[in-house]
Design a protein. Structure first.
Length: 265
């Protein structure tokens, strides 16, 4: 299998081939996803919730992201690795934005970075692209704005919001982003955005007309039960399997069933 790159993103949209993306935060999961043939792996700042146990993504730092991106990159041969820029890592200045994104590439071994926001972050996107750092945008329910949105709510239902999102997508494309994640927006709006721009859209809770799809791996494998958004499809119930395996292990220790002779030196 060939390496999936920014060029593969563009080629996929041109050829009408859908792009697959999943999140990973550690070496062994990233290795499994890569072996299974996923096109791209996002080291999302959802790390804060599904791995670090925070309530939202706001406490995740650039050092957290670099630490986990490094681990993921070590497990990947073909998929494109995208490092998420966490809250405040691209809001203070252009200089800090480039330094932080540069660390995700240089220390984390990511191939690209993802930033949340539209027209308000265009100067950062332009500066990153000028610095030869590929950028994915992220519009709709951008979790770093949870306090501004007043909760995790579907975005773009109101006409003004929807119009702004179409404009945001066009501006991101013009600034040099090579793809845009669309999170939790009405399917019709995602379709309109996807048809209005040449770069691929990657949907999460944005319906089937996006050029690709992304899910949080812990959600689709049934490993994270604090809450499950409507847009998640569970492809496995590893949570149940893990609980059962651990219960069996504990009881086999008590009953003297484990370890057997074959596990013994
Ligand atoms: O942090 C993340 O995992 C994300 C995806 C949900 C798109 O941004």
């Amino acid at each position: 299998m060939n390496k999936f790159t920014t060029t593969s993103f563009a080629k996929s949209k041109k050829e009408g081939r859908k792009i697959s993306m999943l999140t990973a935060y550690d070496y062994s999961t990233a290795k499994l996803l890569d072996e299974a043939g996923v096109d791209s792996i996002l080291v999302g700042d959802s790390l804060g919730m599904v791995v670090l146990g925070y309530e939202n993504t706001l406490q995740v730092t650039i050092d957290d992201m670099i630490h986990h991106t490094k681990a993921v990159a070590r497990g990947v041969k073909n998929a494109m690795v995208i490092g998420d820029m966490p809250f405040l890592s691209y809001h203070v200045s252009i200089e800090e934005t480039i330094k932080n994104a540069g660390r995700l590439i240089q220390e984390g071994n990511a191939h690209a970075v993802k930033l949340e926001g539209g027209t308000e972050i265009i100067p950062q996107v332009e500066a990153l692209v000028k610095a030869q750092i590929p950028v994915i945008g992220h519009l709709g329910l951008t979790p770093q704005s949870v306090n501004m949105f007043g909760g995790f709510k579907v975005q773009g239902k109101v006409e003004d919001q929807a119009k702004k999102m179409v404009e945001d997508a066009k501006q991101l494309q013009k600034a040099g982003a090579f793809a845009i994640v669309l999170e939790c927006i009405p399917e019709k709006l995602a379709e309109l955005i996807s048809k209005s721009i040449e770069i691929p859209t990657i949907g999460i809770g944005a319906g089937k007309y996006c050029d690709g799809q992304v899910l949080v791996t812990q959600d689709m494998l049934g490993m994270f039960s604090n809450f499950t958004p409507k847009f998640v499809k569970k492809y496995a119930d590893l949570g149940d399997s893990i609980r059962k395996a651990v219960t069996d292990y504990c009881s086999e220790i008590q009953n003297g069933v484990f370890p057997e002779t074959k596990h013994t030196f």
